[in-house]
Design a binder for this molecule. Structure first.
Ligand SMILES: *Cc1c(COP(=O)(O)O)cnc(C)c1O
Length: 464
């Protein structure tokens, strides 16, 4: 499998090279030359998530030196659960308005947000690539909250790799900041006087300096890196299969009921291996989005053959994308600060990939829907979902739940739950009126000593 730049002016490379480079030499982002079709079923899930991931990612590493180690990379990276939670209302049914509704919980990793998937897969891959090439590297990562913590955690004490994390001072939660600053040894954290966009600009500027890149062996762990995109395909496919299995079981038991004329609890496993279900409607798939890396993974999963219906981007008050879908003109703008701060992005970096996957306005409008959700709506939604379903959700997930409730209430659907609510306790606890339990893995990080270096948004200060 070869990877080509979104800007089309760089040579095609293999996966390992694309992962090591981060950005392509022409400034573009790497995409697979073609999207492999792969029909997976529930039988492929029986050996666990890591084995499923290995199977799904194998075609992306064809002819790559990393292929023999792919299984070990996946085993090391994905060692936590990936559950699909069925939303139940107080009447006990797991359906709302007759349709199955689920949340895909991507927050059971070490830093309790979905970034762990990409960061851990990238770290495992890079560690092996660096070992093969024998030259040390430096990772630069700008973060609006969650990325930096996930990257620092994933790369902490990895041999031959130094990490510089940049975050906007005063624009992340106290717990997010602690997760960025509690590391030592090969991790250095910089608090930047500026916005997330400033942090991203400094990183881009550094990558634009060939001598600096050479000297430090610079590479990127931002969501532009292919090594983060690939693992973000896996869980969407996995969730879609879990959903299909349950819909088929529900359809099967409903049929059984009507035949027998009485209530029965027979649940059929109705999705044979290697065959996506055709029973029932495909779920609408709603992804809380910022840099749109996560949702790009969903589009690729669907193109590979995952049983996914419409894909919808939920965004906060940063509405570059919904405006783009209406006007047809892409207008990046400065980010505005919201309660869903990991999505405070005015110029989503992975948009460049989506614009290549859907090159015309026509194609974009038919493939994409996007809705902007305000801070007030986020708070109302956290309260509603807690009252109706007893499920505390984070502000990012709330954007997705608002979109489901207001635009897709009568359809089967999956909302991607991107972070544990306990990571945003200062927003969530007052709304639901109770304390959230702090997951053990977070408590461990909260108890560590913290340190950082304050800088202005400049490349010189970052490498001083
Ligand atoms: C990063 C992040 C998002 C946005 O994901 P993108 O891939 O940048 O679109 C949403 N929610 C949380 C909690 C995040 O950390």
């Amino acid at each position: 499998m070869n990877y080509i730049s979104t800007r089309g002016k760089a040579p095609a490379v293999r996966a390992s090279d694309a992962i090591l480079q981060g950005l392509a030499p022409d400034g573009g982002l790497y995409l697979p030359e073609s999207i492999p079709k792969l029909t997976l079923g529930t039988a492929d899930m029986q050996d666990g998530y890591a084995a499923f991931a290995t199977k799904l990612l194998t075609p992306f590493f064809e002819d790559d030196p990393l292929l023999p180690e792919l299984g070990n990379v996946c085993k090391g990276a994905f060692d936590f659960p990936v559950p699909l939670r069925w939303l139940q209302n107080h009447s006990g049914g797991c359906e709302q308005n007759g349709s199955l509704q689920a949340e895909l919980e991507l927050f059971h990793g070490p830093t309790i947000a979905f970034k762990d998937f990409g960061a851990r897969f990238l770290a495992g891959s890079l560690e092996r690539i660096v070992r093969h090439q024998g030259k040390e590297i430096t990772i630069l990562v700008a973060t609006s909250g969650d990325t930096g913590g996930a990257v620092a955690s994933a790369f902490h004490n990895k041999q031959g790799i130094a990490v510089k994390v940049l975050f906007p001072l005063g624009k992340v939660s106290a717990r997010q900041q602690q997760q960025l600053c509690c590391w030592d040894n090969n991790i250095t954290t910089y608090g930047v006087h500026g916005t997330f966009d400033d942090c991203q600009r400094v990183v881009k500027e550094a990558f634009g300096k060939p001598k600096l890149c050479q000297q430090w062996g610079l590479t990127s762990a931002n969501s532009i890196n292919l090594g983060r995109l690939l693992p973000q395909i896996v869980y969407h496919y996995y969730a879609a299969l879990l959903f299909a299995d349950r819909s088929a079981a529900v359809a099967g038991s409903a049929k059984q009921r009507s035949v027998a004329g009485q209530t029965t609890t027979v649940w059929q496993r109705a999705v044979p291996s290697g065959q996506a279900t055709t029973t029932g409607q495909l779920p609408t798939y709603i992804v809380p989005s910022g840099n749109v890396g996560n949702v790009t993974g969903a589009y690729i999963a669907k193109a590979m053959g995952a049983p996914i219906g419409d894909i919808v981007l939920a965004v906060n008050a940063n509405k570059t994308i919904p405006d783009f879908l209406v006007s047809g003109t892409y207008e990046p703008r400065p980010s505005v600060h919201t309660l869903a701060n990991a999505m405070d992005v005015g110029d989503p970096s992975n948009m460049e990939r989506l614009r290549v996957l859907f090159p015309t306005h026509q194609e974009r409008v038919s493939a994409m829907a996007s809705y902007s959700v305000s801070d007030t709506q986020i708070l109302e939604t956290i309260e509603r979902v807690y009252k109706q379903c007893d499920v505390p959700i984070c502000p990012h997930t709330a954007t997705g739940e608002w979109v489901r409730q207001n635009h897709y209430a009568n359809k089967p659907s999956i909302v991607v739950s991107t972070a544990h609510p306990g990571k945003f306790e200062s927003v969530v606890e007052p709304v639901i009126g109770r304390k959230l339990t702090v997951p053990a893995q977070l408590q461990e990080l909260l108890d560590l000593p913290a340190s950082m270096i304050e800088i202005n948004p400049s490349v010189e200060e970052l490498f001083a």
